[in-house]
Ligand binder design. Structure first.
Ligand code: NAP
Ligand code: GCO
Length: 259
């Protein structure tokens, strides 16, 4: 049997109305999984359902705020048995720490760290009953590295790396594998502000910085995450647990070119 096949499995990708989540859900769908996804906006969900259909995937999509535990439980009850959970939904706020309100800090942590806990808690009992499960948490370079203005995001993504290891520790005995994917800098709406052209038409300084810091000499594309996601969602990774797979073009391995 093809160890990368997801036939007969149901995958729930949170926040998969676009960006990285959409690409991961598309990949899991093409590997045979039934796709379930959620987001906050009904219009985003409807547009995404059409976009999945254009890719040959009949996805079940709907509105569910991943920070709302009752909404998550209702969503999972409606979705049925979840074999693969991808905790992808996330936001970022780029504000110098001492200018950030505690409310904004909490909102980022709520979505990027507490929500993966809520969603994992909603699906793990069923995975235990069925004797298998896959949980993939979408971490970040900031699970390892700090950067100015992203204190809440880095704290959340660093915590998400440790939540990944803790789910591994607590539920590995039930044949549940919980791993992370750590994307590098990926060209999606979330990073669009870091890539926008300057008034004089030149490239954004951060754009130039990231390309110079990346051995692959380019930004990542959401498609670069498709293969790693299928691997971690499939039987091919049944003895991989508590690991964060960095898909970053080599950034974490590279000190950077001498100016
Ligand atoms: P994106 O384009 O902004 O997409 C984020 C998705 O999350 C949207 O579909 C959004 O849906 C959904 N979402 C946000 N809050 C939600 C909530 N409370 N409940 C349900 N859905 C919610 O971002 P992206 O670049 O694809 O990032 C996806 C994940 O990868 C995030 O966890 C991000 O931190 C991580 N990541 C991104 C990069 C990168 O360079 N882009 C690198 C490393 C990690 P609606 O707006 O439709 O509600
Ligand atoms: C930022 C970026 C990053 C990426 C990603 C890198 O402002 O530094 O948004 O945080 O989103 O997390 O792995």
């Amino acid at each position: 049997m093809n160890m990368f096949s997801l036939e007969g499995r149901t995958a729930w990708v949170t926040g998969a109305s676009g960006g990285i989540g959409f690409a991961i859900a598309e990949a899991l769908g093409h590997a045979g999984a039934r796709i379930v996804f959620n987001c906050r906006s009904e219009s985003h969900a409807q547009k995404a359902i059409e976009a999945y259909r254009d890719k040959g995937i009949e996805a079940l999509g709907g509105v569910c705020d991943v920070t709302d535990e009752a909404s998550v439980r209702a969503f999972v009850d409606k979705a049925g048995d979840i074999d693969i959970l991808v905790n992808n939904a996330g936001i970022i706020k780029r504000v110098p720490m001492c200018e950030m309100t505690a409310e904004d800090f909490r909102q980022v942590v709520d979505i990027d760290l507490v929500a993966p806990f809520i969603c994992a808690k909603a699906v793990i009992p069923g995975m235990i009953r069925r004797g298998h499960g896959k949980i993939i948490n979408i971490c970040s370079m900031t699970s390892e590295l700090g950067r100015e203005t992203v204190s809440a995001y880095a704290a959340a993504k660093g915590g998400l790396k440790m939540l990944t290891r803790n789910i591994c520790a607590e539920y590995g005995q039930y044949n549940i594998q919980c791993n992370g994917i750590g994307p590098g800098y990926i060209a999606t709406p979330q990073t669009a502000p870091l890539r926008e052209r300057q008034p004089d038409g030149s490239r954004h300084p951060f754009d130039q910085f990231i390309v110079s810091r990346t051995p692959a000499v380019r930004w990542g594309e959401a498609e670069d995450l498709m293969g790693p996601a299928v691997f971690l969602a499939s039987d091919a990774s049944n003895f991989v647990n508590g690991h964060v797979l960095y898909v970053d073009g080599g950034i974490l391995a590279y000190i950077g070119k001498q100016p």
